[in-house]
Every structure is written in structure tokens, then in C-alpha cells.
Design a protein. Structure first.
Length: 313
């Protein structure tokens, strides 16, 4: 290891820092732990999925988390969003939901990096990596921490890497200003909807369902953002949202939590920054349509939707 890098790591006093490695692959976990132990880190914990990761974070104060992309049917992005959402809850069992997180993966597309950034990941390390390249990123997480942002559209480390340079000339057309503003509005809408959906999914997983109040909130938010969703994710997200609204309005509070979960999963997939291919999106919508035809067949409709019942109470 480079002498300067070694000295900087020693200055951290690695022995007092606690790191968590999350990856479904035992070989990947072992490789990361060997590199980190070789650099002087001794307090290392392992997890192979999100449930085990949360258990570890409830037991120990984790200073840094390293995660792979695949986590036994879920992803490191799901883990990151679930952790960041805990920053909204002061009574959370997680001692450090603002901790720095590093994603270690072979996925090298720009869309993957963007998705990780929007999920609240601090740093992105590509496999195969060298000992030096990994440790430089680890060191950066401790010596150059970024401001933590909590906003309606994003929860996580500030995504601005460099100060914006002043524009050297006037925008040539008024359309340039409009286009720039539209792209910014669309990005905010995407982030906002994505985080809310992930938050509701995490709530459902934790409590085994949604309360009538939470379901009412979901329906009202879909009403409010339908226009934004349609412009941001074309007709796919709009159709999935309409399917969920139709289902809840047809059955009121007598809804099946499994159906709500399926819709949330579909909306999250369609609204994720790594937007699916057209064939996959159409398959998701066809499956939702078949599911609705089966579940609503013979069901007795209610006169009012959940949202209307709550508002009239």
C-alpha cells in the first residue's frame, strides 16, 4: 500500500471505526473484508441481505457501509433508500442512518451511477478494483464528508460534486431556459415520487400492510402527481397509477395488501432512474391488467373511494 495512503488511514485510528459489508456473495464479502483488514480495520460485520443489514445496524453503530448491487432478490439501492428514509424518523432503531455508503459493483453504465446517487449512495466503486482504489474511496468518506440533505425530493449526501462554474455567455434562445427549467422540474418530480413509493413500500414491509390513512395519502399523492408522472415517465407510470386508483376506488378499505404491494413494486420499477426497456414496461402493465381483471371479477364495488371516505369523515 502507498506510504501516504497508509499514513492517512492510520490517522483515522481505524481500530475505533465499525464497518458493515453487505453482499449476497460470500466470496465478495470475504474479498472486501480481507482488503479492509489489511488496511487496519478490525471492527467488521457482515450481512448478505437487507434484513441482516438492518439487524446489524440496530445492534451496532456503523460508521461506514459497503454494499453490493445484488442482495438476494433486492438491491443495494433498496437498502440505501430504506436506510435514508430512517433519517426522517428521530425514533428510529438505526443509530446512524446518515452514515456514508459505498456501492461496489460491476455495473458501469451512467444510468446505474445516477440511480445509485439518487438512492443516497455516497461513492461508487467498480469491480474489479485495486486495494489502493478501494481504500482511497473509504478514506474519502471519512475525511471529506458531504453535507446531508433532507428534502421532499431527496434524502442523502449532497449530490453536487463541484461548484457550478459561472455561465460564460447568454443563453441563445428563450427555449434554452424553458428546457433547462423543465428538466430540473422533471428530475425533482422523479426523485420525489420515487422516494415516496420506496418509503411506503418499506412501511408495508415493516408493518405487514398499510393503514387506511396511509392508503388515503397514497391515493391523494397519485392524484396530485399524475400530471408530473405522465410527463416524466410517459404513459407507463400513469397506467400503473390509474390501475391502483381503480382498484382502491372499487374496493375501498377492503383491499388486499398483496395487490397494493404488487402495484407499489410496479410503480417503483417504472419510476426508477434506470427506467426499464419498453418490452419490460409493457409486460409489467399487461400483468397488472390481468391481475385486476381476475381480482375485480365479481367484486362488489363501493360507492366511495378510500380517499373520499377519509376526507368526508
Amino acid at each position: 500500500m502507498h506510504d501516504i495512503l497508509s499514513a492517512e488511514l492510520r490517522a483515522l485510528d481505524q481500530t475505533r471505526l465499525t464497518l458493515l459489508i453487505v453482499d449476497e456473495s460470500e466470496a465478495a464479502r470475504r474479498l472486501l473484508s480481507e482488503v479492509l483488514r489489511g488496511a487496519g480495520f478490525v471492527r467488521l460485520y457482515m450481512a448478505k441481505n437487507i434484513t441482516e443489514a438492518f439487524d446489524m445496524m440496530c445492534l451496532y453503530h456503523i460508521d461506514l457501509l459497503l454494499t453490493g448491487w445484488e442482495l438476494q432478490g433486492q438491491t443495494g439501492l433498496d437498502l440505501a433508500v430504506s436506510i435514508r428514509m430512517q433519517a426522517l424518523n428521530e425514533g428510529t432503531n438505526l443509530s446512524n442512518p446518515r452514515l456514508p455508503m459505498i456501492l461496489v459493483t460491476t455495473k458501469d453504465r451512467k444510468s446505474h451511477v445516477l440511480a445509485a446517487r439518487n438512492a443516497g449512495i455516497d461513492e461508487y466503486v467498480l469491480k474489479p478494483f485495486s486495494q489502493k482504489s478501494l481504500l482511497k474511496v473509504v478514506l474519502s468518506c471519512f475525511t471529506k464528508p458531504r453535507d446531508f440533505v433532507i428534502s421532499p425530493a431527496f434524502i442523502g449526501p449532497c449530490r453536487r460534486r463541484k461548484a457550478a462554474k459561472p455561465h460564460q455567455g447568454l443563453l441563445r434562445r428563450i427555449d434554452d431556459i424553458k428546457d433547462a427549467a423543465l428538466r430540473l422540474d422533471q428530475q425533482k418530480a422523479e426523485d420525489n415520487v420515487y422516494l415516496e413509493l420506496m418509503g411506503l413500500k418499506t412501511l408495508m414491509d415493516a408493518k405487514g400492510g398499510l393503514s387506511p390513512e396511509a392508503l388515503d395519502h397514497l391515493i391523494r399523492r397519485l392524484d396530485q402527481t399524475e400530471g408530473q408522472i405522465s410527463s416524466v415517465r410517459h404513459r407507463w407510470v400513469e397506467k400503473a397509477a390509474q390501475s391502483l386508483k381503480h382498484y382502491t376506488e372499487s374496493l375501498g378499505i377492503e383491499v388486499d395488501n398483496d395487490i397494493i404491494t404488487i402495484h407499489l413494486d410496479a410503480l417503483i420499477r417504472l419510476n426508477t432512474p434506470t427506467c426499464p426497456a419498453p418490452d419490460e414496461a409493457e409486460t409489467i402493465l399487461r400483468d397488472l391488467d390481468k391481475l385486476m381483471k381476475t381480482r375485480l371479477k365479481g367484486a362488489r364495488p363501493v360507492r366511495q373511494s378510500v380517499g373520499k371516505e377519509s376526507r368526508s369523515a
